[in-house]
Design a protein around this ligand. Structure first.
Ligand SMILES: Nc1nc2c(ncn2[C@@H]2O[C@H](COP(=O)(O)OP(=O)(O)OP(=O)(O)O)[C@@H](O)[C@H]2O)c(=O)[nH]1
Length: 435
């Protein structure tokens, strides 16, 4: 049953939804706070500011009342006293003190005192010169005036304290308003900062998810394609999304197709060893390598003796089986760094790297003897022998073709001198071990 995966568009939809939701929340929070701040400012303007102004006005009026009282209590001009007493009356009964009954009472008491003081002063100043008991009356009026002045002095103190309280209250109201506005501004700032942080966080989460589920798998797939192109190994992680799974599946199929194609292009279908074209390519590379590193390199040409007879006497199928077993046994004998190629028919070539001449000769002998022995023991095929010609790289001018041609000549010699032999090429034969 195929695994059920989400499509990439679902991932993108979810991420978009997340970003939109978070942005909406942040905008809503900022709008709410801004609205609250605006309301607060409006409230301050409508309620607190008039109240502050009322307090400031009351404080000023109290000061004016004190000055008026002083003019009445200690003045000598009756007209001026009368005007001030009238003004004090107007002031005492105006609504600017209504916000506090205690102040209202103190102001009205002040007016009553001012009124009493004006009457006492008037009586004192207007006492007729021919009054029968003038001295006595003056003394009494003076005493009364003094009592009232003392009372006025005490009441002025009360008014002064009230004035101070009003100013303190007004200042408190002012700072309270400012504090509220500052608090709201700070809240807006904090919410804004939290919002921006949240938004950045959501963006990071979105980027991480996109990277994990989209960018990395696509990058991996592209790396895998490059690896397939250069014949290297690759590894793909399990896909979380449908489209990525499809890409990974296509990459795997491409890889196995490429492997099959490469195998078909490089190997011989009957024996599984390298075909002539690929063997020649490998030999070219190894020869260049050996030249640059001054390393030894040898070529062996091997041919099955009288193979035609095998086909003729046992049939083509047995001939094929013989070729298969022959290559299998040779492969088992070859050390690391050696390549076996089927050049055609029953003719094989072996490329040996990192082998000196003696080792090469020994290996060729070993192959010859082993094949003969193993085929003798094998019941499914007839006994067979092989002839081998060897040629080693001697000069920088040596090419794969020239080495093959020289090894072929050595093989021809092996055949013509009786078969089942290893013959070293003429260039190396006088100094066996070769090279
Ligand atoms: N069964 C089978 N036979 C093949 C194949 N390729 C070539 N041959 C046979 O190999 C034989 C080669 O014979 P020859 O070239 O005359 O040489 P030989 O009989 O081995 O004799 P010498 O090489 O001189 O020892 C031919 O009969 C080819 O038909 C193959 O893929 N399968």
């Amino acid at each position: 049953m195929p695994e059920r995966r989400l499509k990439i568009k679902h991932l993108l939809n979810r991420l978009s939804l997340l970003v939109v939701a978070v942005t909406g929340l942040i905008v809503a929070a900022i709008l709410l706070l801004s609205n609250y701040s605006a309301q607060l400012a409006q409230k301050s303007e409508q309620e607190l500011l008039p109240s502050i102004h009322e307090h400031q006005r009351a404080a000023l009026n109290l000061e004016r009342l004190e000055r008026m009282g002083d003019l009445v209590a200690y003045g000598a001009d009756l007209a001026l006293m009368r005007r001030n007493a009238l003004a004090a009356q107007v002031l005492a009964y105006q609504p600017s003190f209504n916000f506090d009954p205690k102040i209202q009472k103190a102001v009205r008491d002040a007016y009553e005192l001012i009124k009493a003081l004006r009457i006492a002063r008037q009586q004192y100043l207007k006492l007729p010169a021919d009054h029968s008991d003038r001295d006595q009356q003056l003394k009494l009026l003076q005493q009364k005036e003094q009592v009232l002045q003392t009372q006025w002095g005490e009441h002025k103190q009360v008014l002064f304290e009230l004035q101070n309280r009003i100013i303190t209250d007004a200042t408190a109201l002012q700072s309270q308003t400012l504090q509220k506005i500052t608090q709201t501004s700070s809240r807006i700032l904090i919410v804004g900062m939290i919002g921006v942080t949240l938004f950045v966080f959501v963006l990071i989460v979105a980027a991480t998810l996109l990277r994990r589920h989209l960018v990395t798998p696509v990058t991996d797939a592209s790396r895998a394609l490059l690896a397939i192109e250069s014949g290297k190994k690759y590894q793909l992680r399990a896909a979380d999304y449908d489209e990525i799974a499809t890409i990974n599946h296509a990459v795997d199929r491409l890889s196995s197709t490429m492997k099959k194609l490469h195998e078909m292009a490089t190997t011989d279908s009957l024996t599984g060893c390298y075909n002539r074209r690929y063997f020649m390519e490998l030999a070219e590379e190894e020869l260049i390598n050996a030249h640059s590193k001054q390393a030894p390199l040898a070529l062996l040409m091997m041919d099955l003796d009288h193979f035609k007879r095998v086909n003729d006497e046992y049939g083509h199928a047995t001939g094929d089986e013989t070729l298969k077993l022959c290559t299998q046994w040779i492969r088992d004998l070859l050390p690391e760094g050696c390549f076996l190629g089927r050049l055609g028919g029953e003719e094989f070539a072996i490329l040996l790297t990192q082998h000196n001449s003696l080792d090469t000769f020994k290996l060729a002998e070993c192959i010859r003897v082993c094949l003969s022995e193993q085929s003798a023991q094998q019941t499914s095929i007839p006994h067979f022998t092989v002839s081998i010609g060897i040629e080693s790289k001697c000069y920088v001018t040596d090419t794969v073709d020239s080495l093959l041609s020289l090894a072929d000549k050595a093989l021809y010699q092996a055949k013509s001198s009786g078969r089942n032999k290893v013959v070293v090429g003429q260039r190396n034969s006088n100094t066996l071990p070769v090279n």
